[in-house]
Design a protein around this ligand. Structure first.
Ligand code: NDP
Length: 614
C-alpha cells in the first residue's frame, strides 16, 4: 500500500474540482482505504481529493522563481497558441517564430508530464464525516459508491482563454488582475464528462405531487383544455357561467383527425430534410453527445409557403376555427397514443438512457413525467421534434385561422387592432424560438425531463390550443383598443422580449463557449462540475431573468383582450404558476448539482424571478 505523502494539518495546494485552479488548503484527514485526502479550503469548503490533485506549496514557489516568464500563466500570455483551436487568436500570436513555437511546445509537454491530463473529480465520499460538505454531489436519489468519480478529459486550450477563465474564476476585474501567475494553470478545457462507474439511479424525490398528483394531472390537463375552449365559445364566459357539456360524438370527426395526422407527418418530413446545420447537444451522463439537426426555421418557412398556397387556392383556413374543439380532441388522442408508445418502448431502454426525473419505478409517475430521456427512431428525436415543430408552428397557424375567421364573421377588410397585436406578438415568440432553436438543447426539457405524457400533451395540445386562447377569445368577443393603448402594450411586449432573449442568449452562449469574447465582461462563480454560474449580467439581476421576460410578454398578450373577462388572462396566471413551480424545480436540481457554489450564487443574487418581490 503506498504511504501518504501529505500529513494532517499540512498546508498544501489543492486543485479545485472541475477546474484548472489550485488553492491553498489544509489537509484534515486521510482515508487509507480510498486513498483520499480530506482538505479544507479557505472558505471552509471540505472536499476529498486524490493525491494527484494536491501539490506542495514549494512546487508552486519554485515554478515562479524559475525566470521572469516562468509562471505558467505568464508563459501562456506571451507565447504560442494552438493555431487550430483558437478562433479569436490575436495577431501577436501569429507572428511568433518557429523556434519560439518549438520552445513553447516543450514547455507544454513539461507541464503535461507534471500533472495528469485526466482530472479526477471526487464527487462524494466519507459518509462517516458529517462535517464534510457535499460539494457537487450526485442527486441524493442516486445510489453511490464511495469512490465513484468522474473523469474529465481535457484538451489544450488557447492561453488567452485560460487567462480569462482564471481571471473570471477569481471574480476579479480582468484589468486589475496581476496575480494569476500564482495560480498553476495547465491550459485545459473539458470536452467530455465520463462516469467511470455508472451506478443506475432511481428517481426518489417525486415531483408534481408524486403518484397521486400525476394521476390526477393526466385527467385534469385535458379537462382544463376542454373547459377553456368551451368557455371561450360562450357569449358570456364569466367564471361562474359554467358551459354545458357537449355531446361526445360532436367532439370527434375522423376527417379532422386525418388533417391533424397530415399536419404532424408534414412537419416530420420537414424535420427530416437534410437542410440546416447539425449540432451536438450537451453531454449525456454517459459522456456521449447526441446530434440534432437545426432546421426548425426552415420548417416554418416551408409551412408558411404551404399555408400561403392553400390560401391562394382559396382553401378556407377558418375550417380550423369551425372545428377547433375537434382538433384539440384529435391532438389529445394522438398525444395519449404517443405517450403509451413512449412508455412501452422505454421499458426496453438501457438504464443510462432513462430520464433522471422519470425513473421512479412507479408506472403512473414515469408515464407522466417521461421514462426515457431522448427517445429516438434512428436519428429522429421524438422529443426534440415535438418540442418545437407541430405544436409551436401549429400555434401560429391557429392564430392566423382565428384572424381570418374574425374578418369573415364580422365582414372586416382588416383584422382588429387587438387581433393584430396578439398575432404579431405570438408570431415573434414562435419565430424567435425557431430562430434560436439550438438554445433548446440546454433547457430542462431536453437535458432533464423524459418524454412522456407531460411533454407530449404539453407540446401537442396545451401549447397550440391553450396558448392561442386570446386569438380564439377575440373571435367570439371583439375588443376595441385605441392606438395609444396598443402602443403601450407593444412597448411592454418589447421590454419583455428584450429581457427574455438577451438572458437566454447570455446563458446559452456561456454554456456553449465560456470563453466567448462577447462574454468577457461577465463574471461567474466556478463550480465543481467545471461549469460556472454567471453572477453579473442578466443572471446577476435575478436568478431566472428569462422567466421574468417571458411573464412580461405573457401579460402583453392578454392585455389586447381588454378587461371584461378573466378568461384571456388565464395564460398569464397559469404561466406565472408554471414558471414559479419550474423555478423551484430548477433550483432544487441546481442545488444538487452545484452544492455550496449554488448557495453562494443565491446569496449574491437573492431574488428568483421578480426583483425585490420574489
Ligand atoms: P433555463 O433556460 O432557465 O435554464 C435553467 C438552467 O440554467 C439551470 O438548470 C442551470 O443549468 C442553468 N443556470 C442557472 N443559473 C445559471 C447561472 N447563473 N449561470 C449559468 N447557468 C445557469 O430553463 P428552462 O428550460 O426552464 O427555460 C428556458 C426558456 O424557456 C425560458 O426562457 C423560459 O421562460 C421558457 N419556457 C417557456 C415555456 C412556455 O410554455 N412558453 C415553458 C417553460 C420554459 P446548467 O447549469 O446545468 O446549465
Amino acid at each position: 500500500m503506498p504511504s501518504r505523502k501529505f500529513a494532517d494539518g499540512e498546508v498544501v495546494m489543492g486543485r479545485w474540482p472541475g477546474s484548472v485552479l489550485y488553492y491553498e488548503v489544509q489537509v484534515t484527514s486521510y482515508d487509507d482505504v480510498a486513498h483520499l485526502y480530506t482538505v479544507k479550503y479557505k472558505d471552509g469548503t471540505e472536499l476529498a481529493l486524490k493525491e494527484s490533485d494536491i501539490r506542495s506549496q514549494s512546487s508552486f514557489k519554485h515554478r515562479k522563481s524559475q525566470s521572469s516568464s516562468s509562471s505558467p500563466s505568464r508563459r501562456s500570455s506571451s507565447r504560442s497558441r494552438s493555431r487550430s483551436r483558437s478562433p479569436g487568436r490575436p495577431a501577436k500570436g501569429r507572428r511568433r517564430s518557429a523556434s519560439q513555437s518549438r520552445e513553447h511546445k516543450d514547455d507544454k509537454k513539461k507541464i503535461i508530464q507534471e500533472t495528469s491530463l485526466a482530472l479526477v473529480v471526487l464527487v462524494l465520499f466519507k459518509p462517516s464525516e458529517n462535517n464534510t460538505k457535499r460539494y457537487n454531489g450526485e442527486p441524493e436519489s442516486t445510489e453511490k459508491n464511495d469512490t465513484s468519480c468522474i473523469i474529465l478529459e481535457q484538451k489544450l486550450k488557447p492561453d488567452l482563454e485560460i487567462k480569462r477563465v482564471l481571471e473570471q474564476y477569481s471574480l476579479r476585474s480582468r484589468k486589475d488582475d496581476k496575480k494569476t501567475e500564482e495560480i498553476f494553470s495547465e491550459k485545459k478545457t473539458f470536452v467530455a464528462v465520463k462516469p467511470i462507474e455508472k451506478v443506475p439511479s432511481k428517481t426518489k424525490e417525486l415531483e408534481f405531487g408524486g403518484r397521486i398528483g400525476t394521476f390526477i394531472l393526466i385527467f385534469l390537463l385535458p379537462a382544463t383544455v376542454l373547459y377553456l375552449l368551451l368557455m371561450c365559445k360562450q357569449d358570456d364566459p364569466s367564471l361562474l357561467n359554467f358551459p354545458p357539456l357537449p355531446a361526445l360524438e360532436s367532439l370527434w370527426e375522423w376527417r379532422v383527425f386525418g388533417v391533424f395526422l397530415l399536419w404532424f407527418f408534414l412537419q416530420a418530413v420537414f424535420y427530416l430534410l437534410p437542410i440546416g446545420k447539425v449540432v451536438e447537444g450537451l453531454p449525456l451522463s454517459s459522456g456521449r453527445k447526441l446530434q440534432y439537426r437545426i432546421n426548425g426555421f426552415y420548417a416554418f418557412i416551408l409551412t408558411a409557403a404551404a399555408v400561403g398556397a392553400l390560401l391562394y387556392f382559396e382553401f378556407e383556413l377558418h375550417y380550423l376555427y369551425d372545428h377547433f374543439m375537434q382538433f384539440a380532441v384529435s391532438a389529445a388522442a394522438f398525444s395519449l397514443a404517443l405517450s403509451i408508445y413512449l412508455y412501452v418502448r422505454s421499458l426496453k431502454a438501457p438504464e443510462e438512457e432513462l430520464a433522471p426525473g422519470g425513473n421512479s419505478g412507479y408506472f403512473i409517475y414515469d408515464f407522466f413525467t417521461g421514462h426515457e430521456l431522448n427517445p429516438r427512431i434512428g436519428s429522429f428525436d421524438l422529443k426534440y421534434f415535438c418540442e418545437l415543430r407541430p405544436g409551436l408552428i401549429g400555434w401560429v397557424v391557429i392564430n392566423l385561422a382565428m384572424l381570418l375567421a374574425e374578418m369573415k364573421i364580422y365582414n372586416l377588410s382588416m383584422p382588429s387592432l387587438s387581433m393584430i397585436l396578439v398575432n404579431s406578438f405570438q408570431l415573434l415568440y414562435v419565430v424567435d424560438a425557431l430562430w434560436n432553436e439550438e438554445a433548446i438543447l440546454t433547457t430542462m426539457d431536453i437535458t432533464h425531463d423524459g418524454f412522456g405524457f407531460m411533454l407530449a400533451f404539453g407540446d401537442l395540445v396545451w401549447v397550440p390550443f391553450v396558448y392561442s386562447l386570446q386569438a380564439f377569445y377575440l373571435v367570439g368577443h371583439p375588443t376595441t383598443i385605441t392606438w395609444p393603448v396598443a402602443a403601450a402594450i407593444t412597448v411592454l411586449n418589447c421590454i419583455g422580449y428584450y429581457i427574455f432573449r438577451s438572458a437566454n442568449s447570455q446563458k446559452n452562449n456561456f454554456r456553449r463557449n465560456p470563453a466567448d469574447p462577447k462574454l468577457a465582461n461577465l463574471k461567474f462563480i466556478p463550480t465543481a462540475t467545471g461549469k460556472g454560474l454567471l453572477v453579473t449580467g442578466w443572471w446577476g439581476f435575478v436568478r431566472h431573468p428569462n422567466y421574468l421576460g417571458d411573464i412580461i410578454m405573457a401579460l402583453a398578450w392578454s392585455l389586447p383582450c381588454g378587461f371584461n373577462h378573466i378568461l384571456p388572462y388565464f395564460y398569464v396566471i397559469y404561466f406565472i404558476c408554471l414558471l414559479v413551480h419550474r423555478e423551484a424545480r430548477d433550483e432544487h436540481h441546481c442545488k444538487q448539482k452545484y452544492g455550496l457554489a449554488w448557495e453562494r450564487y443565491c446569496q449574491r443574487v437573492p431574488y428568483r424571478i421578480f426583483p425585490y418581490i420574489y
